[in-house]
Design a protein around this ligand. Structure first.
Ligand code: FEO
Length: 398
């Protein structure tokens, strides 16, 4: 079998997962996902991360094809989440003399997940490991995406093995490198991956990016998605933006929760007014229908956000409440915000939205727009005012 190589001695060992429906059993995978691992063959052989448990057989077979009877000396564990650590136990069984390279936060997880206590080689910030002509150095990247996450830099080929950072949803269908595939497809999946999985850790991502800026990087080998070798500035720029919660484009995401269409009517009214104000990117989402994964990704994309909810049992309509919880958990910021609601028989939707905005230090623009039942003309006029204020804020930002 032909193997994909990042250089003469570095092999791509990724596998495609087209079976799993939900990443982390939480986030949809309509386009699948790739789990990437890499093998450096030198005087010493080093495996960088592994793959998810269910794809181990193909993975082990590839290693055997490349190495034959040659043992693996080191397994570098950049990240312990089981989508990458799933095959560690089998690797240790197959190569009992292997040394597992990790940091002080890696090993308690290694013991906790797999009961492995032996064969550990602990590294700290900036430590190096010579394999022959290749030399690895290690840099801690806590919370990008778990506390033990680190990245590994190979100095001969200037390759950064970046763990989850710069990764993407979507399988690698033939092309592995960024110049072999159409990035238009991956653009949304990259943002969806970042916002859904790493989005909460913007500050930590900023710190990691500052650290990486001191390295001369010619290739980025992430654990998901394409290997970057031609568009490194592109992906670095996206990560700078996303981790600072900066939107990519002018536009407004309108999310609504509506039981019988009255709150939806307000959303449509707002959208029309935004359009009249010259906003071209307007996406309306029904929180009951579209998975939060996609809504969150578009919220990361656009600088305007307008959320409306019906009241439900004295509080917010649950599908909207669930989205608000996620956004609060991710510390969403830097958005021109509008809120609206429908009090129906009890109220509580708009009040919850107001409280949520206060907690996130986001100031809703425009008047209070809360319909009592079906929105009347006065209430729709208030919705229009919100649209105008959000549109103006977007225009004035430029
Ligand atoms: Fe791809 Fe955080 O694991």
């Amino acid at each position: 079998m032909k193997h994909v190589k990042l250089s003469d001695d570095i092999y791509y060992l990724g596998v495609n997962d087209r079976r799993t429906n939900l990443f982390e059993n939480a986030w949809p995978l309509p386009n699948g996902v790739a789990y990437n691992s890499y093998l450096i063959v030198d005087e010493k052989v080093a495996l960088i991360d592994t793959v998810e448990y269910g794809h181990m057989e193909d993975f082990l077979l590839k290693i055997e094809e490349i190495l034959g009877q040659t043992p693996i000396d080191y397994l570098v564990v950049n990240h312990m989440e089981p989508d990458h650590s799933g095959a560690i136990k089998q690797i240790v069984n197959q190569y009992p003399d292997i040394e597992i390279v990790g940091n002080k936060k890696t090993f308690p997880m290694l013991e906790g997940f797999f009961g492995i206590e032996e064969g550990k080689k602990e590294v700290t910030e900036g430590d190096t490991l010579k394999l022959g002509k290749h030399e690895l150095s290690f840099y801690m990247a806590p919370m990008v995406h778990w506390p033990e996450t680190m990245v590994t830099y190979e100095s001969t080929t200037k390759t950064l093995f970046s763990a989850d950072a710069f990764g993407s949803f979507g399988t690698l269908d033939g092309g592995v490198f960024d110049d072999e595939l159409n990035l238009d497809f991956y653009h949304d999946e990259l943002r969806r991956y970042y916002s859904n999985i790493v989005g909460k850790y913007g500050n930590q991502t900023q710190k990691a990016l500052a650290k990486l800026s001191t390295l001369d990087i010619k290739q980025i080998a992430a654990t998901h998605g394409p290997v970057w070798r031609c568009h490194i500035d592109y992906i670095m720029d996206k990560y700078q933006k996303w981790s600072k919660y900066e939107a990519e484009e002018d536009g407004v995401v309108i999310v609504f929760g509506s039981m019988y269409g009255n709150t939806e009517k307000m959303a449509d009214h707002i959208a029309r007014k935004l359009s009249e104000e010259g906003i071209k990117n307007i996406r309306i989402y029904d929180a009951s229908k579209t998975h939060a994964s996609y809504i969150i990704s578009d919220i990361w994309k656009y600088n305007g956000l307008i959320i409306g909810s019906a009241a439900y049992n004295g509080g917010i309509f649950p599908p909207v409440g669930s989205l608000l919880d996620k956004l609060k958990n991710m510390y969403i910021k830097n958005r021109h915000l509008g809120i609206f609601g429908n009090s129906s028989w009890g109220g509580g939707g708009h009040r919850t939205l107001q409280k949520w905005a206060e907690e996130l230090k986001l100031e809703p623009l425009g008047p209070k727009a809360e319909a009592r039942c079906a929105p009347n003309n006065d209430e729709l006029a208030l919705c229009e005012e919100i649209a105008t204020e959000v549109a103006n804020a977007i225009k004035n930002q430029n």
